[in-house]
Structures are given as C-alpha cells and as structure tokens.
Design a protein around this ligand. Structure first.
Ligand code: ACO
Length: 403
C-alpha cells in the first residue's frame, strides 16, 4: 500500500485492476484461504475442524475476538446475545410495513440499517464498549429478524425467544413453530444448520465484506456498513447464487431434466446461462465448504425424509458432467458453497427467497470482525479508488435551443 501511494505521488501512475483481481486493500489476521489447495481457516483453525466440532456462536466469538473462548467467556457471550434477542415493538411494526411478497434481502438490509435508530447508544465506532454492544445486538437481532422474514411471508406472528434453547435450535423454533404448541426441532436439522452458519461465517475480502469495509472506512456505523454488505450479498453472482441454483435446477427439471443439454447451453455461453453455484474468484480447486455441504446433504435429506430428491440427483449429474468436461477443467470451475446449500434449506422448510438471508445470518460474525479489525487498524484510510477518465474532452455548454 505504502509503495503504491508514494509511486502515485511521484509519477501520477495509477493501477488499473477492474474487479480487484490482484489488488489487496488491507492486512487481515482473520481468515486464510489458499484457493489452489482448497484450504480455508478461521484464525488459523481449519474449517473442517470447526464445522465438525464447534458451534456458530463459538465461531462468532473466535472470528470477532481472535481466540476460542473459555467456557466462562462463551457462557457470558451467549448470555449477552440471549439478553438482546427481543426487538422493540415499534421495530416489529416497522418490519410489518413491507409488502409480504417483497424480497426478504431488501427487508433485511433495511431492518439492520434501521437498528441504528433504535440503539443510538451503540453507534460510536471508536469506543470498545459501544462496539461490543453493537456486536451483540446485531448477532441477537438478526436472528429474530431472519425468523420474522419467514413468518411474515407466511402470515404468522413473530414468536418470543426461549432462552433455555441454543441459538440455532431457538431460531428454528421461532421460525417454524405454531404459536402455543410444543415444537422441538429435529436434532439433525439443528446440527446441519449450525454447521451451515459456521461455513458461511467469514470468507476474507469477498464482494460483501469488501463493501462492509468500504462503507465503514468513512466511519459509518456498524449497522450502516452491514446493511450495505447485505445488499452486496444479494446479487446472484455472490450470495444470491444459492437461490439462483434452485431456480436453475427447477427450470431444468421443468424443461425435461436434460442435464447435458443444459450444459451445452452453458458452454455455448448463451446469454444469461451460467452454471450457477460453480466457479469462484479465489478457489481454483474444490471449495472446501462445498465439500462439507455435499457430504452432509445426503444425511440431512435422509433424516428429513427427502432422500430421493430429484433436484439433488440433477445437481449431482451436473457436477459429474462438469468435473469431466474440458470447458470446466480448463477454467478450473468447481462447485462453490452455494451449489448444494439451497437443497438443504429447501428440505428444512425454507422458501427459496429465504436462502440468501440465511447466508447473511451466517456471515454476520465475519462482517462484524472485519469491520472491527478495520476500525482498529492504524493503516486504514477512507476507501477511494482512482479511475482512468475516458469521457469527452473540454467542450462549451450550448443553450437548449441551439442543440
Ligand atoms: N458457468 C459457466 N462458465 C463460467 C462460470 C459458471 N458458473 N463461472 C465462470 N465461468 C467462465 C467464464 O465464462 C470465463 O470464461 P472465459 O475465460 O472463456 O471468458 C471464465 O470461466 C472465468 O470466469 P469469470 O467470470 O471471469 O470469473 P470471476 O472470477 O470474475 O467470477 C464468479 C467468479 C462470479 C463466482 C463466477 O464463477 C460465476 O458467475 N459463478 C456463478 C455464480 C455463483 O455461483 N456465484 C457464487 C460465488 S461463491 C459466493 O459468492 C459465496
């Protein structure tokens, strides 16, 4: 960074790097990826170990605070998150004003942004206590918000949290329970969703995280920065891919289910036809998250009684074709995390539009950790890329009657 800045001052030369293919914007100690080897680690811990042994809130603590919590630290963290899970009645009214058919990602980003108006005591971006409060508030409220996104879409009332249950278990209860009836989510579903949230918790400088950092670099508060990240995540080339994969599979099935014919259209680069859930800017090998998801997909679908899902069979055929096809081999295109997740969320009872909000819920710890790291880094400057101007040279204004 320093070398480039001084070069710019001395020579006026700028680096042109559309899509930031090769430009680092920060140092970070949070997440390590080796895209060629298919390695992902949070704070040094392999994703495979965390997915198998940890829990979402423990991983959140690890990402945000840099070390695994002791039992006392974890209890206190969970207790603080629990304490903030209720939302203000006016906030609930505000969320109820959106059209039920509106996309929940739009509601989610608006809701997270609106949290800043309800908690003005949590906005100072430089006070450690305030930042810790905003951290806990976001982890707590976004779970309630995500439940509400499902319930409002199906016309059900918001349920109160039950502090005796774990974060994921109670999320499922708040989302799917019928009011006043006992609801105990299937333990396999709880474990699978916990694992999915862990797998999504951080992924270094992807589009949405870079957005969170960019917005925060102007000293915008954590809520405003994360609301921007949610919007970046919504696009089908990023987190929106999980919803797009299911739409693609459903359309192939409706058209007769010919996987090879679809792949020919992909390879011919027909307008708007891509194999969604495949390819990645950084992974040029199997995405380690996709490997874990694929392994658990079978177990989860079986436990939920939908082991003969046609769409899962179709997804596996598409993968099989791709892994043996020159087009995909040459370009190093493998399934990414989004390829199989939608099928699992669908089997759990979520509608297609809820898939990307579930990704966002899982990504909260990463966005928070990255924003906090940036705010405390003395190297941080306001994000402000340069451009190469290619427009008109100077010309004189003409009054409208002379044009
Ligand atoms: N299907 C078919 N061809 C593809 C795909 C795909 N999914 N992805 C990349 N390619 C091809 C491109 O056409 C290009 O071919 P070319 O060299 O002949 O022009 C080559 O592979 C390189 O692709 P780029 O688009 O330049 O790669 P980039 O790094 O910019 O894009 C991206 C990465 C956006 C993820 C891309 O692979 C894609 O669109 N995938 C589908 C959407 C998706 O699944 N997104 C989720 C990513 S993971 C996440 O965000 C959580």
């Amino acid at each position: 960074g320093i070398v480039v800045s001084s070069l710019l001052k001395e020579t006026g030369v700028v680096t042109m790097d559309p899509g930031f293919m090769n430009t680092a914007a920060c140092d970070s100690e949070i997440t390590y990826i080796d895209g060629d080897a298919g390695i992902l680690r949070y704070r040094g811990y392999p994703i495979e170990q965390l997915a198998a042994k940890s829990s979402f809130l423990e991983v959140a603590y690890l990402l945000i605070h840099g070390a695994l919590p002791t039992a006392t630290e974890l209890d206190s963290f969970v207790e603080r998150v629990n304490r903030h899970t209720l939302v203000h009645e006016d906030f609930r009214t505000f969320m109820g004003t959106f059209p039920r058919t509106g996309h929940p990602m739009a509601v989610m980003s608006s809701a997270v942004n609106a949290l800043s108006t309800f908690y003005p005591e949590s906005l100072d971006p430089f006070d450690p206590e305030t930042i810790e409060l905003a951290t806990v508030l976001i982890l707590a409220k976004t779970r309630t918000i995500t439940s509400y996104l499902h319930r409002s879409a199906v016309g059900e009332p918001l349920l109160y949290p039950d502090y005796s249950r774990g974060y994921v278990e109670d999320f499922l209860r708040m989302t799917f329970a019928v009011p006043y009836q006992q609801y105990d989510p299937d333990p396999t579903t709880v474990a699978a969703l916990d694992q999915l949230l862990i797998l999504h918790a951080d992924h270094e400088q992807n589009c949405s995280t870079a957005t969170v950092r960019m917005v925060g670099s102007s000293h915008a508060n954590l809520y405003a920065s994360i609301a921007a990240g949610i919007n970046a995540l919504s696009g089908p080339l990023h987190g929106g891919a999980n919803e797009a994969v299911l739409k693609m599979l459903t359309e192939i099935k409706a058209g007769g289910g010919d996987a090879r014919e679809f792949m020919t259209r992909v390879k011919n680069k027909e307008q708007g036809v891509r194999l969604m859930g495949f390819g990645h800017r950084v992974y040029k090998n199997y995405d380690p998250r996709a490997a874990i998801v694929k392994k658990s997909a079978d177990a989860v679908l079986q436990s939920l009684g939908s082991e003969h899902d046609d769409l899962l069979d179709l997804a596996m055929s598409l993968e099989e074709i791709a892994l043996n096809d020159e087009y995909f081999i040459e370009r190093k295109l493998y399934p990414n995390v989004d390829f199989y997740t939608g099928l699992i969320y669908k089997a759990m009872g979520f509608s297609d539009q809820m898939f990307t909000p579930l990704f966002a819920l899982g990504r909260m710890p990463g966005w928070i950790a990255q924003w906090r790291e940036m705010m405390s880094d003395p190297q941080t400057k306001i994000g402000r890329p340069r451009q190469v101007y290619t427009g008109a040279v100077e010309r004189d204004y003409l009054p409208v009657e002379s044009r």
